[in-house]
Write a protein that binds this ligand. Structure first.
Ligand code: HEC
Length: 105
């Protein structure tokens, strides 16, 4: 392999590895702490989701809501949504919101 090919290959590899790594830890946090209300698919169709009137992450409002709003709600809570301030680090909250974005596709 020549030098350019090696650099191209290594940067593609790094990009491929970087994406799942974040998505993975965000996914783990989501499954452990959020899925019981929001549902594994983010649509909140379970009886708990319905009882608490949890909104679907695919609702147009939440699809267009900026990350800052979703991070704020996760940190400080909103309505029946518990606050995760001190329970999740800022990095974990960012990762879990990034994972929620993948559920909105
Ligand atoms: C006990 C049930 C419950 C759990 C657990 C839960 N949520 Fe929620 N979540 C809610 C409810 C209820 C709402 C709707 C709040 C409202 O609009 O009054 C909500 C709303 C949200 C919103 C939208 C806020 C907005 O701006 O309208 C986000 C983002 C969110 N939750 C993220 C999370 C994340 C991330 C986790 C896990 C770390 C999580 N939730 C865990 C019940 C829950």
């Amino acid at each position: 392999m020549n030098r350019l090919m090696r650099i191209t290959f290594l940067s593609l590899l790094a990009a491929a590895l970087a994406v799942p790594a974040t998505a993975q830890s965000g996914a783990d946090t989501y499954k452990a702490k959020c899925a019981m209300c929001h549902g594994a698919d983010g649509l909140a169709t379970s009886s708990t989701g319905k009882m608490l009137k949890v909104p679907s992450f695919k609702s147009p409002d939440l699809v267009k809501a900026p990350d800052s709003q979703l991070i704020e709600a996760t940190k400080n809570g909103k309505g029946k949504m518990p606050s995760y301030n001190g329970k999740l680090t800022d990095a974990q909250i960012r990762d879990v919101i990034a994972y929620i974005r993948t559920l909105q596709k």
